[in-house]
Structures are given as structure tokens and as C-alpha cells.
Design a protein around this ligand. Structure first.
Ligand code: F0G
Length: 458
């Protein structure tokens, strides 16, 4: 039987008008923005798929919680509500709130990495690697090879390759490793999940060497949905239970609440390791704010606490991921090259195959993201050579195998008709792809260059 249509498990009671613009207008705006979609004004964007970070629509329950913000400097009631949500849903005892995810990464990296130690990650994430490196750590990619191949349809491309971990231990010794940084629904791999079986095996391996796992749990619930859908034994388990099992294999987590947690700002660090918690509490007051607010208003913590309970609703997470799949399937059915399987938070166009006439040094994904905006006002983001940055030692570009444009879907924000507009624009560009030109970088910031770099057309 054909699967029946599933509509959103919510209705819309407030709307935000968006501006329709002409192609000429957008071409001028793109040029002014140096062909970097991060430098466009949001008001000039029609459908904003730049990121799923902080772009979520909050529910009436979350908004009403905002009015219950206790804005005391210390010990706000909302901190305790958040602590309870973290304990109940993620299963970690100790909580340190931060203004967003990278602040939790900063604290974790500074406290847990000794200069010269390796930090294995299942693929890098920009801010995670940056903070590890600033703390003197060395990023070590331990994701399975399949993850670096956009066309490989393996269902768990976020899996950790234990042989790669073993090789590192054999060569350098376990003491040379700070901890394992494991991310669910790996962002840079295309939003690809790991399987619970893989995580269980990684945890057993890590235990042998006394190496802790610290999750980047930013998109954990999306990973849990894939486990429920794809992994034997999980079909009848609620995502809430799957999440508790997943987190039970780790010593702690950092998170950007701006994704899974359905809010616009916030993050935290949570752990069962009391001495780490104590040190993190000392550090958060230097960089973020007192340990019961960590740079957040009381109302923000309340919204996160409520978002955490809402994200574990099975109907919500199914509708969220099915919308991403809807967009992906429309693009795929038109024969356009993209990362498969379709990921949890975004559809990733394969810019190398989309624009074979543009060499990687001419930034094909950057060029494709720009062309998409000019065509339809849809804003995506480069995830390729620009995002990968340079090797700090040699000064050369990192040349990632994946050269992608990310079309990231905010949670509970757009309808499937918006998705149709996006798909039609991708199809129109694909039909005239040879007209798209490569770019030259005219300004390059030293770190995280993709945010502010500027380009011109060749
Ligand atoms: N980890 C992952 C996997 C992320 O995707 C992000 C942010 C962070 C950590 C950092 O969190 O932004 O709250 O400081 N990703 C955003 C994105 C920026 O668009 O993918 P943050």
C-alpha cells in the first residue's frame, strides 16, 4: 500500500510576510554581497534555507513559557526547569548552560584537550574542529569512508570506523587521545545518522582504552528517528527511549539548542562527570555568565526546556524529516546529483557533479548557491572547499571530497509548497548549468572564512 500523506502535527496561528523580488534585484544584491549568501540581508531572501540553526518556529507553549522567564541573576527557576528536562530527556545529571553550541565546545575543548592530543571525530564540524585546534588538539577523522562519497546510499553514513580508531591507538597510544567526539546526524556528511549498533560497538571499544565519548548532540533526535525507521529492533520504540539509550553510551554532551531543541538561541554542556562539571562551572563564569544562566536569559532557558519536551514527540520528528525527504525526492527524481540518502536536516546538492566544468579551486558550491539565490530568492549555503578552510600548518586549502550546497530546512517554518518552489529552481538551474561561472576569492578571513569571504565572478 502507498504510504498515506502525513500533514504537519500543528497548525499555524501567526505568520511573517516575506518579500518577493525580481531576478535583476537579486543579481545586484548577490554581487553586492560578494557572492556569499551569508552576506545577504535576510529581508532580500524569499525562502531562507541558509541554516536550520536558530531559525525554528517556537510553539505557543514555548512562547507562553517566555513570559515566565525568571530574570534573576542567580538560581532562576528556568535553570532548574532546563536541568530537569536535560536529566529526563538526555539523561545527564549536570548542566552548564551556554549562549550557544560553540561556547560549550570552547569550554569542553579547553578543559579536556591537552596540547598535542588527538580528537577523533566522525567528520569535522567547523566550530568543533576550530575549538579543538585552538586548545592544541589535532582533529582525526574517524568516520567511515562511505561518508565521503556523496552517491553512496549506505543508510548509516555517520558511523564511526573502529579500525581507524584502532590505527590511531596502535600508532600513538590511547594517552594521545583526548576523547571521542561523536556527532549524531553528521552535518558535514549531509545530515547522515549512525546506527545504534555502531555506537554500541564504539562505546565498547572506547571502554577498553578508558576513552570517554562526548557527543555533539546538536541533531541527536533526528538521528534517533533514522534509527527508529531503519534499524532492526527499534521500529516500535519511541524516539524518546532511543535518545536515552544513545546518550547512555557517553560521558557527556555539548549541544547547539538552536537545532533539535526548537529555539532561536542557546546551547549547553551536560555530563555525568562531576569533576569536569565543576571545572566547566568555573570556566563558564569567565566566558559566558553565572553557571545558572551561561549567557542566556531566564526566558531563553524556559523555551529550551519546553523545546526539549516537544522534540521527542514522534509525530513531530516524523513530519520534520519527511519534509526534508519530500524536497530531496523532488530534486532526486529530476536527475539532479545530491547526497544520498537524504539527510535529517537538509538536502545537499552535489556541486562537483552539478557543475563539472568548474574546478574545485573556483568554488563550484559557492557559485551554485549564488546562482540559486539569483534564480529564485532561495538562500542555501556552501559546504565545500570554502567551509573546509586551510591547513594551519601548510597554508594550503583543505580539499574536501564533498563539494556541496546545503539547503537546510528550518523546523516548523515552511510548507511543502515552499519546497516545490525550491525544487523547481534547482531543476531550472540544472537545465542551464553550463551558464554558471566559477568564482575568485577577493577577501579571505583567517578562520571560519566561509562566513565572511567575498568573491567575484570569473
Ligand atoms: N555542532 C554542530 C553539528 C553544528 O551544526 C553547529 C552549528 C554547532 C555545533 C555550533 O553551534 O551555532 O550554536 O554555536 N551549526 C550551524 C549550521 C551554524 O548552520 O550548521 P552554534
Amino acid at each position: 500500500m502507498k504510504t498515506r500523506t502525513m500533514a504537519e502535527p500543528y497548525k499555524i496561528k501567526m505568520v511573517e510576510p516575506i518579500k518577493m523580488t525580481t531576478r535583476e534585484y537579486r543579481a545586484a544584491k548577490m554581487r553586492e554581497a560578494g557572492y556569499n549568501t551569508f552576506l545577504l540581508k535576510s529581508e532580500d531572501v524569499y525562502i531562507d534555507l541558509l541554516t536550520d540553526s536558530g531559525t525554528n518556529a517556537m510553539s505557543d507553549w514555548q512562547w507562553s513559557g517566555m513570559l515566565l522567564g525568571d530574570e534573576a541573576y542567580a538560581g532562576a527557576r528556568n535553570f532548574y526547569n532546563l536541568e530537569k528536562a536535560v536529566q529526563e530527556i538526555y539523561g545527564f545529571k549536570f548542566l552548564v548552560p551556554t549562549h550557544q553550541g560553540r561556547a560549550a565546545e570552547h569550554i569542553t575543548s579547553q578543559l579536556r584537550i591537552k596540547r598535542g592530543q588527538y580528537v577523533p571525530m566522525n567528520m569535522y564540524f567547523t566550530t568543533t574542529r576550530e575549538h579543538a585546534e585552538r586548545a592544541g588538539g589535532i582533529f582525526y577523522d574517524c568516520i567511515i569512508d562511505e561518508a565521503h562519497d556523496a552517491a553512496n546510499p549506505f543508510p548509516f553514513k555517520g558511523n564511526v570506523d573502529i579500525a581507524k580508531l584502532q590505527k590511531l591507538v596502535d600508532q600513538k597510544g590511547a594517552d594521545a587521545i583526548a576523547y571521542l567526539s561523536v556527532a549524531p546526524c553528521v552535518n558535514m556528511a549531509g545530515g547522515q545518522p549512525f546506527s545504534m549498533a555502531n555506537l554500541r560497538a564504539v562505546a565498547a571499544w572506547a571502554k577498553k582504552y578508558n576513552l570517554p565519548i562526548i557527543f555533539d548532540a546538536t541533531r541527536a533526535i533526528e538521528n534517533c528517528y533514522f534509527v527508529q525507521q531503519r534499524e532492526p529492533g527499534y521500529a516500535n520504540k519511541p524516539v524518546r527511549e532511543i535518545l536515552r539509550e544513545m546518550m547512555s553510551y557517553g560521558e557527556g554532551m555539548t549541544i547547539s539548542s538552536k537545532k533539535d531543541n526548537l529555539v532561536n538561541i542557546g546551547g549547553f554542556l551536560a555530563t555525568n562527570n562531576e569533576s569536569f562539571f565543576t571545572k566547566a562551572k568555573e570556566m563558564v563564569v569567565v566566558f559566558e555568565g553565572l553557571h545558572t544562566y551561561g549567557g542566556l536569559a531566564g526566558r531563553d532557558m524556559e523555551a529550551i526546556a519546553r523545546g526539549i519536551y516537544e522534540m521527542v514527540d514522534d509525530a513531530y520528528i516524523a513530519s520534520r524529516i519527511r519534509q526534508v525527504e519530500y524536497l530531496g525526492n523532488r530534486i532526486k527524481d529530476a536527475g539532479i546529483p545530491l547526497v544520498v540518502p537524504i539527510g535529517g536536516h537538509a538536502v545537499f546538492l552535489d556541486a562537483k557533479k552539478f557543475l563539472p566544468h568548474i574546478p574545485q579551486e573556483q568554488f563550484p558550491a559557492q557559485a551554485l548557491a549564488s546562482a540559486l539565490y539569483v534564480d529564485s530568492g532561495v538562500r542555501g549555503m556552501e559546504r565545500g572547499i570554502v567551509s573546509a578552510g586551510r591547513d594551519h600548518a601548510t597554508g594550503e586549502h583543505h580539499k574536501p571530497k564533498l563539494e556541496l550546497v546545503r539547503l537546510t530546512i528550518p523546523r516548523r517554518v515552511y510548507t511543502n509548497l515552499h519546497m516545490d518552489v525550491v525544487a523547481e529552481s534547482c531543476i531550472a538551474l540544472y537545465e542551464e548549468r553550463e551558464k554558471i561561472k566559477g568564482l575568485r576569492m577577493t577577501y579571505e578571513p583567517e578562520s571560519l572564512r566561509f562566513f565572511q569571504a567575498r568573491f567575484e565572478e570569473l
